[in-house]
Structure formats: structure tokens, C-alpha cells
Ligand binder design. Structure first.
Ligand SMILES: N[C@@H](CCC(=O)N[C@@H](CS)C(=O)NCC(=O)O)C(=O)O
Length: 204
């Protein structure tokens, strides 16, 4: 197995966390992000989306960080990070789909508008996008905060979902948002920071 990633990739940290948690030794290719490697045909053959992370396992090229999490966890069932009973698995899928549809994109938009755009010389923040993303972030964070009031981790016990969700939550400051109004999310994040697979934010 070979992981294609670059150190600043927040989505890549989801996968790196699971690999660290499981203590797996895998091959790695560090992508030259700033040198434009992801736009080259060789990388587009691995991930046509020109994004990291991507995983190669034999003849399979797998992209989308959460799909990679599910794949690696399913190869390591003894880790108990991916329930095998249908209801437990449906619960994991539900929160992963919710994360990628209703939660993470708003954090990503705010990080992009406030920080990443300037870093990549793509112009200044767009207030219209910011207002919409803040409203949507607050709506989703209210739901997650209420859920975490009675759950130690997102799916009760620790699962791949915690590794899928924490890296963008850690990046919230780049999007000028915080979890100070969401104490149960803040406490969950503190718990995740104690887990074996936790990897702190690199400098950007
Ligand atoms: N939904 C994808 C998002 C991947 C993604 O956006 N990765 C970022 C790094 S965190 C990237 O490669 N961005 C480069 C670009 O968009 O040019 C996933 O979860 O893997």
C-alpha cells in the first residue's frame, strides 16, 4: 500500500491518524504540492481530482479520505474502529455522509475565504460566501454539539468517524470560527487529542 499525501493536507491527516493508530507501516509518496505535481498526468492517473490523499493498493487507486479510512479500517477489523454489525456500520456511514455533506464543507469554505485564498494568491475573502458558511456551520455544529452531550465519541465508542472529523475541526481557527459556543464538541476534541492516532496541525 502506498499513500500519496503532502504534510499540510488536512484531509490527509485523517488517514495518517488511522495509520498511526493502527501502527501500520506503509509506503509513502510525498506530493510536491507547491511544485504543481498534482496537476501532472502521472498524478492525475492516480487521482483525477488532483487532490490528496490517495491510496494505491495493488491495482486499486483509492481517493476520498473517508473512503480510504473505511478501506483501511475494514482491512483491520480487530481495531474495532469500524463496526461490523449492520446498525453500527449504518451509524458510522450516517455520520461520515453528514460530515462530508453538512459540516466539513462549511469549515473548509471559511478556511478558504479567510486564509487559504490569500496563501494561494487567489484574492480576498467573499463576504457573501462567509455569511452563508457561518450560518450553515452553526446549524451543523448545534446538531453535533447536542449529539455529543450524551456520547463520548461521535458513534458512542471511538471509530474512524472521530479521525474523519477532527482535522478540520482543529483547523477552525483558520476559518475564524471556534467551538467556544459548543462545549460538547470542544470536550470531544480534547478527548480526540488524547487518542493514539492524533496528529497536531502542521504549520501552514
Ligand atoms: N473530499 C476530498 C478532498 C480532498 C482535498 O480537497 N484535498 C486537498 C488537501 S487537504 C487538496 O489536495 N487540495 C488541492 C487542490 O484543491 O488543489 C477528500 O476528503 O479526500
Amino acid at each position: 500500500m502506498k499513500l500519496y499525501n503532502f504534510p499540510q493536507s488536512i484531509n490527509g491527516r485523517k488517514v495518517e491518524s488511522l495509520i498511526k493508530h493502527l501502527g501500520l507501516t506503509i509506503d509513502r509518496h510525498e506530493i510536491d504540492f507547491f511544485g504543481g505535481e498534482m496537476r501532472k498526468p502521472e498524478f492525475l492517473a492516480i487521482n483525477p481530482n488532483a487532490k490528496a490523499p490517495a491510496l494505491q493498493d495493488g491495482d486499486m487507486m483509492l481517493w476520498e479520505s473517508q473512503a480510504i479510512l473505511l478501506y483501511i479500517a475494514s482491512l483491520n477489523p480487530s481495531s474495532n474502529l469500524l463496526p461490523t454489525d449492520p446498525k453500527g456500520r449504518a451509524n458510522v456511514d450516517r455520520w461520515l455522509f453528514w460530515n462530508s455533506s453538512h459540516f466539513e464543507p462549511h469549515i473548509v469554505s471559511l478556511c478558504f475565504e479567510h486564509t487559504l485564498k490569500q496563501m494561494l494568491n487567489l484574492g480576498g475573502p467573499n463576504q457573501h460566501f462567509i455569511d452563508a458558511a457561518v450560518a450553515n456551520f452553526n446549524k451543523a455544529a448545534t446538531i453535533l454539539d447536542s449529539h455529543l452531550k450524551d456520547n463520548e465519541y461521535v458513534c458512542g465508542g471511538h471509530t474512524v468517524v472521530d479521525y474523519a472529523m477532527y482535522p478540520w475541526c482543529d483547523a477552525a481557527g483558520m476559518g475564524k470560527i471556534s467551538f467556544s459556543d459548543y462545549p460538547n464538541i470542544a470536550k470531544w476534541l480534547e478527548r480526540v487529542h488524547q487518542l493514539k492516532g492524533y496528529i497536531p496541525m502542521p504549520s501552514m
